[in-house]
Design a protein around this ligand. Sequence first.
Ligand SMILES: Nc1nc2c(ncn2[C@@H]2O[C@H](COP(=O)(O)OP(=O)(O)OP(=O)(O)O)[C@@H](O)[C@H]2O)c(=O)[nH]1
Length: 290
Amino acid sequence: MAENSWSLGRALRGLFVKPTIDETTWDDLETALLTADFGPDVTERLIDELREKVERYRTTDPRDLQRMLRETLEEHFAKFDTTLRLTERPAVVLVVGVNGVGKTTTIGKFAKFLQRYGRTVVVGAADTFRAAAVDQLATWAERGGATIVRPQHEGQDPASVAFQTVAHAKETATEIVLIDTAGRLHTKGGLMDELGKIKRVVEKQAPISEVLLVLDATTGQNGLLQAQAFLDSAGVTGLVLTKLDGSAKGGFVLAVQERTGIPVKLLGQGEGIGDLTGFTPHVFAASLVD
Ligand SMILES: Nc1nc2c(ncn2[C@@H]2O[C@H](COP(=O)(O)OP(=O)(O)OP(=O)(O)O)[C@@H](O)[C@H]2O)c(=O)[nH]1
């Protein structure tokens, strides 16, 4: 498997080839986990669990520790149900998040991802205040093989664009609706009111299957603070982490799940249309450790 920037592999290599587990092993492991942005709480818990397992199995072999680390991480990742719920027809997905985190790009990549599974997709441009943003979304929707419903004029009520997008999906039997929403308004209250209105209007026609919050993995804890209003009141059902490529913060994936209690459902790992994958605990844990 090709080594990812966020893999712990390099940081841990020296540790697992040593003849025996000793105190420096634990120090080095702690440093590697903290560096990878697991955060102090999760790091401490992981180290405690691993020390306990090493003791229970009476091993001093670092290769056992490597296997236990992989298994422990997988157990932690798998505590959350990372499956996308897209069984309704149409399945409506609201995509939320602050500006600049990669929302537009993610929508294009997600459309492509769904298309690869044979799904038809329409994108609704309900972030209606910047014409340039709508054009950019249109470009990404096209790359992703989706149609787009645009506002009829700049600043059109976002909820009415969302309504028209779901109506279009029903008329054309399009299976999945991805709705782009605004990342910033003058007040946070205004933004949440707008999202609430979009939801109410959409739900007159179809249930909302997922509310996906897009987070930039390179911003770590700070990005979570910026997204707090969404976490508090947008009814987020899943997280999308973007910009994991080039980031050394593989641990953020676990830290963010534990801190929010919300599963990571998609990972963005590049600027290309194909650079979005689902999140599979087993695969991710193996890529982190091996
Ligand atoms: N390396 C990398 N870059 C990404 C990824 N996702 C998005 N980007 C880049 O991040 C920048 C912002 O992405 P956008 O999709 O425009 O972000 P946005 O949240 O829609 O931003 P606004 O349009 O300002 O609201 C662009 O330069 C993207 O190419 C990713 O997974 N990896």
